[in-house]
Write a protein that binds this ligand. Structure first.
Ligand SMILES: [Fe+2]
Length: 114
């Protein structure tokens, strides 16, 4: 999945690419910030996986969403300040997980395996 940032600041997932959006595509793990505090961690429990981020959830600095990317579908959990940055979703081999920090942009865990 490609995730783009529009000129107005909106963050959008590209469902179908019909024109070149390469100048706006967000590049995961590219901001100079702590990897450990932004890249999703995971714990596989049976058929499910718990995705969580070890990040503060303050009013002005927090994880806005966590997304499980299965390649052919996504599950996204939107978060608010003071909520736990965690979601439990079905586990599937080859899945990836993204998180988005309001200050430090997009982060990706590209291998979630048993
Ligand atoms: Fe952050």
């Amino acid at each position: 999945m490609k995730i783009i940032k529009c000129n107005n600041g909106n963050i959008m997932g590209v469902l179908k690419e019909v024109s070149d959006v390469s100048d706006k595509i967000l590049s995961a793990n590219s901001v100079d910030a702590s990897f450990e505090k932004h890249i999703p961690n995971y714990e596989i429990i049976g058929d499910e996986v718990k995705l969580y981020v070890s990040h503060v959830m303050e009013e002005d600095h927090y994880i806005e969403w966590i997304m499980a990317d299965y390649g052919d579908k996504e599950i996204i959990k939107h978060l608010k300040p003071h909520e736990e940055p965690m979601v439990v979703v079905p586990y599937q081999e080859g899945m990836k997980a993204y998180s988005y920090c309001n200050k430090h942009s997009l982060w990706l865990k590209d291998k979630i395996e048993r």
